[in-house]
Design a protein around this ligand. Sequence first.
Ligand code: G4P
Length: 285
Amino acid sequence: MEDMKDIQWFPGHMAKTRRMISKSLPLVDAAAELLDARLPLSSRNPELNRLTGRKPRLVILNKADMADPDITAQWIRYFQKMGFAAITADSKSGKGVKQFAPALRNLLHEQLAKYEAKGMKGRPIRVMILGIPNVGKSSLINRLAGGKRAKAEDRAGVTRTQQWIKTTDGVELLDTPGVLWPKLDDQEVAVRLALTGAVRDDILDKEALAARLMTLLKTNYPQALSERYKIAPETDAEGFALLEIMAKNRGMLLPGGIPNTERAAITLLDEFRAAKLGRISLEKP
Ligand code: G4P
């Protein structure tokens, strides 16, 4: 698994990815852009539009099982308005993944009709999957391939030709997904990605990160805070002060009764990432 925590986005790496994408793009009928349903904007690659040009696009809001369903529905409309096909998916359980092929057929109906008119009925639809690390590319590919995915040839000295992964439903996937970089120079984006665990959070202060999450939850999901941490929805406290309340309510205390906000921060981040606070979206359209 390619993990964003291990990837260094240096210019050479980005140039190689750009080349790989421009080389592969002419081979596919559509680009499938995988996003995290909880933060569709922050999990987008800033160059994808430029890189894929006019190639028909299917947006997949993955990890929809962890996102707020009402907000996810708004995002689906947002991407449809942009002229893309858009579906939700939970690639871990496989829920929603069966929409993939029909959504592509619908997106490409004109092109498919042309092929059919030329007697090319049954020609597979070829797609490339693109997304930042950890968004669920491998999980989705495995789901689409029905678990019988061939191991890619990757021995040194072997010239690797493009391989296609056959899925049921007549869709073929390029076996190497495009691993893209997020907008990490944007501090807000970096914080949101760190909250979901997509990027390393040890570059950021855990208590500061958890305090940001607290404020966000208090504003948008006060019920979750009251149910799980007994924080009154009408409290005026914000950020760090909410972390103190949580520590007290959870009995996380240092000698002298001082709230252990460091422990509370770690617990909050862990529980949020494990979806114990419910289905929460970090961005609205
Ligand atoms: P990548 O190829 O884009 O880098 O992502 P990958 O499929 O490896 O998925 C990254 C993590 O996200 C994995 O968790 C995976 O199980 C999880 N994941 C992928 N899609 C979904 C989804 O739709 N919903 C949920 N809830 N999780 C998803 P992990 O912690 O690395 O492993 P594990 O939890 O599977 O053990």
